[in-house]
Design a protein. Structure first.
Length: 277
């Protein structure tokens, strides 16, 4: 029986840590199956092997795409090993494709009610496999092309449990927020997993502990320029999370931080005001 085909193929997004040369080979596979304009590069320069950070970024980048989009993520340090290649269907009709190592988990949860299936190579119109270390080209790209053309996720193989990585530590109270650095952007800003709305609405200051460093009092501002060149501070990022930044500098170098570095924010105690009456 012929597989169903869409009247118009779905969009396919690509998110990887493999760099341009390897990504070009994946796009070559997709270009042979899909019309021009249906493949969108989200990123190919993610931190190598950083699965949890990649999951955070994939969710942030991809969740705004139209329902029914096919999202491919290849951050796959276990390629060729025991981890399963999967395709997952979400509540809005979007399809996620990649290794079952946790990278797809945050986006799957955001899009709702994911059902995952193992990708069996049998019946997949893929070219000859060259080695076992490039499932992005040899397995995920052909699967993405098939899904974009209307192949149902459940037809790829048996159901499997979608792996989700443990959530990053986060403890919030009225005065204290304890979390970690979730992402370091290309400017060296430390994007934490602490929601922006935890912080006071009005600009003020926060006591901050980054890793094992001493406690610092940093200004809480609304934009980078308010810090002044070379000064550090805290502001709400475009992710909806607090970030630690240095105006026209790199906070990661100044504070010797990396992803997963612990961060503690403390609202300074406000001295009592004058008695009224």
């Amino acid at each position: 029986m012929a597989r169903p085909r869409r009247s118009r193929p779905a969009l396919v997004t690509l998110t990887t840590d493999i760099g341009a040369a390897y990504a070009a080979q994946m796009k070559g596979v997709l270009a042979r199956a899909l019309p021009p304009g249906h493949v969108i590069d989200l990123a190919h320069d993610l931190t190598p092997h950083a699965v949890r950070e990649a999951g955070f970024l994939l969710q942030a980048m991809a969740r705004g795409f139209p329902p029914g989009t096919v999202h491919v993520a290849v951050v796959d340090p276990g390629v060729g090993g025991s981890r399963a290649p999967i395709v997952a269907r979400c509540a809005d009709g979007s399809v996620l494709i990649g290794p079952n190592n946790g990278v797809l988990g945050p986006l799957a949860v955001a899009l709702g009610r994911p059902c995952a299936f193992r990708i069996e190579r049998t019946g997949l119109a893929a070219g000859p496999r060259v080695g076992v270390t490039f499932d992005g080209r040899d397995l995920f790209a052909p699967a993405a092309a098939a899904a974009a053309l209307g192949r149902r996720p459940e037809s790829f193989g048996p159901p499997v449990r979608l792996r989700r990585l443990p959530g990053a530590p986060l403890r919030l109270s009225r005065r204290t927020a304890v979390g970690e650095v979730a992402h370091i952007d290309r400017f060296g800003n430390l994007v934490t997993n602490v929601p922006t709305d935890w912080a006071p609405a009005a600009p003020s200051s926060l006591d901050v502990v980054i890793g094992r460093a001493r406690r610092l009092r940093l200004p809480l501002v609304t934009h980078y320029e308010a810090l002044g060149r070379g000064r550090a501070g805290v502001l709400g990022s475009s992710f909806g999370l607090l970030e630690i930044a240095v105006d026209r500098g790199r906070a990661d170098r100044r504070f010797r931080a990396r992803t997963s570095t612990a961060v503690r924010f403390v609202r300074p105690r406000v001295p009592p005001g004058p008695l009224r009456g």
